[in-house]
Ligand binder design. Structure first.
Ligand SMILES: NC(=O)c1ccc[n+]([C@@H]2O[C@H](COP(=O)([O-])OP(=O)(O)OC[C@H]3O[C@@H](n4cnc5c(N)ncnc54)[C@H](OP(=O)(O)O)[C@@H]3O)[C@@H](O)[C@H]2O)c1
Length: 311
């Protein structure tokens, strides 16, 4: 990929050519792959570059324990910020605890404008195991502990990792609302939810973001993205480059070849063009992969290329 302009300069030069910004601050794009706005305001006031970083991959095997090379994990986080990334996604369950501690170790005191999005409500009985817990007292404790580990006074974006089927959603969200009223949470989002669940949650408290599994090859949640776009909610796709398996197809290979890019870069460019509310959070523990992923914000697919991947 031609990488002659820096990401910062590119961001400065870019115009939201494919997105119509309305007077009310809402951004309406299209599902035809024409979104080009470089930034998005989460909750209407937290401006971030749309290409973020997912920190889950920095922990040990099975998202459990400390990484084998802790110094490398710290380096990756620092490099992400150096490259201009200002949205980092994590969760108390990553490690557990380890990921949040690593972020504070690497980046505290945090640079102005860095948004750390964390999550609670998923417990970790062991490596690779995830069990939701949406009990109100448990969730309130999660918020307090994340604040402590991250060394923050307020969490910019707190997300409910999973709705617990054993607890009425309103009870879990009521606890979050209390934490928000106490000033411990700025904005709140959901993870792995349907449109009906988002609408139900919005009756309890404002929702600013949704984090569901989505990538060029896994488009189960297309309708949720359309809903987010209509309502101006951020959509943070997890597994944006296909998770551990990785994205792969002949169509991706062809577009990647045409741009002298990797299929991962093409997959990220595809997501960014999919919707103006899309904030991909690719995860990596590898500095070169991180640099490649950040550079993908500059890669523009033609409408034909975008459609060839959306088929
Ligand atoms: N809300 C949820 O339930 C949920 C669930 C899962 C994840 N998440 C969040 O979403 C973030 C992203 O998901 P993810 O990390 O699981 O999946 P992902 O970003 O789709 O894929 C990460 C994998 O792809 C590899 N990779 C990344 N960039 C690459 C590149 N340029 N070239 C080659 N390989 C590359 C990484 O390996 P290397 O380390 O070798 O680069 C890693 O194994 C997580 O970090 C986490 O913050 C949320």
């Amino acid at each position: 990929m031609n990488d002659m302009i820096t990401r910062r300069r590119f961001v400065g030069l870019s115009v939201a050519a494919g997105a119509t910004i309305l007077a009310g601050g809402k951004i309406l794009g299209s599902t035809s792959g024409t979104a080009t706005n470089p930034v998005f305001k989460i909750g209407g006031d937290l401006e971030v570059d749309r290409l973020g970083f997912g920190a889950m991959r920095l922990t040990g095997e099975g998202v459990w324990g400390w990484p084998p090379d802790r110094a490398n994990a710290v380096k990756v986080l620092k490099r992400a910020v150096e490259l201009g990334v200002n949205l980092i996604d994590t969760a108390d369950a990553y490690g557990p605890e380890v990921d949040e501690l690593l972020i504070a170790e690497a980046l505290h005191p945090y640079p102005k404008g860095l948004v750390i999005a964390t999550k609670g409500g998923n417990t970790r009985p062991g490596p690779g195991q995830w069990v939701p817990n949406g009990h109100p007292d448990y969730l309130k404790g999660c918020v307090d502990k994340s604040l402590k580990r991250l060394r923050l006074e307020r969490i910019d974006l707190y997300q409910l990792h999973r709705i617990d089927p054993k607890v009425p959603m309103e009870e879990s969200l009521g606890a979050i609302k209390e934490m928000q009223s106490a000033g411990k949470i700025r904005h709140f989002g959901l993870s792995e939810v349907s449109t009906a669940e988002i609408e139900r949650a919005r009756k309890v408290l404002p929702i600013v973001s949704v984090q569901n599994r989505y990538n060029v090859e896994d488009r189960k949640w297309d309708k949720v993205i359309d809903y987010c776009e209509k309502e101006n909610l951020a959509f943070l796709p997890w597994y944006p480059v296909g998770g551990g398996r990785g994205v792969k197809s002949a169509a991706l290979d062809a577009v990647a070849k045409a741009h002298q890019a990797s299929v991962y870069q093409v997959a990220l460019a595809w997501l960014l063009q999919r919707s103006p509310v899309m904030l991909p959070i690719p995860g990596t523990a590898n500095i070169q992969h991180l640099e490649d992923n950040v550079a993908s914000a500059k890669l523009k697919l033609t409408p034909e290329e975008w459609k060839s991947l959306a088929a």
